[in-house]
Design a protein around this ligand. Sequence first.
Ligand code: D41
Length: 677
Amino acid sequence: MVQADPVQEIETLREQLDAWNHQYYVLDEPSVPDVEYDRCMQRLLQLEEAHPELRRADSPSQRVGGQALTQFSQVSHEVPMLSLENAFSAEDLFRFNRRLLDRLGAEAEPLEFACEPKLDGIAVSLLYREGVLERGATRGDGTTGEDITHNVRTIRSIPLRLRGQGYPELLEVRGEIYMPKAGFEQLNARARERGEKTFVNPRNAAAGSLRQLDARLTAQRPLEMCCYSVGLVQGGTLPSRHSEVLARLSDWGLRINRESAVVQGIEACDAYFDALAQRRNRLAYDIDGIVFKVNDLALQQRLGFVSRAPRWAIARKFPAQEEMTQLLDVEFQVGRTGVITPVARLAPVFVGGVTVSNATLHNSDEIERLGVKVGDTVIVRRAGDVIPQIVSVVLERRPPSARAIEFPSRCPVCQSAIEREEGEAAWRCMGGLGCGAQQKAAIKHFVSRRAMDIDGLGDKLVEQLVDEGLVENVAGLYALSKEQLLTLERMGDKSADNLLAALEQSKHTSLARFVYALGIREVGEATALNLARHFGNWPALSSASETQLLQVDDVGPVVADHLLQFFDSAASMAVVEALQQAGVSWPDLEPRPPESLPLAEQVWVVTGKLESLSRDEAKARLQSLGAKVAGSVSAKTTCVVAGPGAGSKLTKANELGVKVIDEEALLALLAAHEAGN
Ligand code: D41
């Protein structure tokens, strides 16, 4: 794309980069490989360097400014940013509807409402002049906020210039800046690894990220923006319904919430609330309720506002995801790989929809960071499927009897020495499979459904078997006799027979399952499958060199090192030997080059929510069958897997006549192809 005219080439590059940004960050549909994007960006930077007179603030190269600010300046909101009234029950919501109808007259029934998830982030205002982003500000107290232009510019879902045409000369857009849950977890995990301060929740992380004077810091934080209304509008007009205004914002390249819906009547609002409450944990971001707005802007006008909140909107809140409770004790658990995790025992508390009585304290650094003591009152957070966490201590409530938490100096289960590797936060028990806790965890993993799939061998039974000294390692399972089983508590004749049959059946397995079942550090299902595919048989795999291991998809230096340690360990290899002696076997495979895999040459796309496996897992398993997994649908796509909530990718697939299957069909297909491995 070399063009003689730099003006023209710069404009072409900016348009291309803007379009890709929009596809990626606003529509959630990646459309180019990173290298291509980077190449264009580099070219643009190079041209702008050579022609400083052609630099412009709204160029995609100008998201992160040079100098850090020394302070924030204040911004007054010409049109105040109102607040929202809260509702805490269905009754509150119905009362809201009655108040509306009292004012508007019964003939307004049923009212049309716009329903929107209430994002738990920071409310902000963006000002566009002639379509160019001029200023970003926090809501502050609604009248005065802070100028955070330098920081909002770094957020990729905020366009530096609006797309298309027809926008007013002056347009103030309002919305919420938030941090998606996955980005938050990653940010905290990284901070924890480095022993740095973590954020309490995604909202605080978003607020902290926006409060940076140096935009280069903000640029590294996974922030997103979602728009929910407009403020100042001059030199142009907007549609007459809220939902249409949002649709227009979307046309201009701004991000709006795809879960939003327009419904008729308050009963439908109630149903929307219940439906989203069900799915709340599966959304990619935290929401703390649902906002209901009268959709007709003329009716909004007639209703007006009281003090600082509009009469025409209400936020129905979900049950809190953070609650206060007491830390009763701390226990130290030893995991499968020896990692010692402090677990908080809590006075039971109802939070995020369930009763919580345990929370993870992660590691010794985290205990130190929180400064928590036994007896303290703590704030517990349970969001989504994430394990409950203690996020802070209420120091004012510390009783005089509070006692410091002592991290053990030896393994609490086997008394072996504990060590912590350079740069790691976790302490590990060095007892290996001599440690009872690691023994039990290794056996539980070995028998689990996706490993050897031994039916009827639950956690309790595994613990009994180890505690009674009947089983020491996974090979011992196959030496169990019926007489031994019958000595166990609550083990009847029938259950013993069933268990022995399940053990017998599990002996016929696949190399991939076997490798996964061994529980080698960092070797998950997908990696095990890749290893099995690549080497085809155990002797080849277990004698592979580092160089050979590194040739396998998914295997990097760390995984290779764990594998080599396992193969070098006489004890581990003796267990493998004993398992094979006991009759555990699998069909060897032809070591297969990638091009002979069943889905070789195919391009797959996964979109929407999946129920029984994560999108990453689906991707890894498709890849290990040879498929490429792409981020967007094109004529080259072989098949699209669409779960609930699939949007434009599904539409596109239908338009192009690309095959679409659901999760159930995907599982069937994976099972069919993986069976032989
Ligand atoms: O998602 C939100 N947090 C959200 C906040 C939303 N979807 N809609 C909102 N609508 C308004 C009005 C009705 C006043 C335009 C809001 C907020 N306000 C709001 N956010 C913070 C204070 C008020």
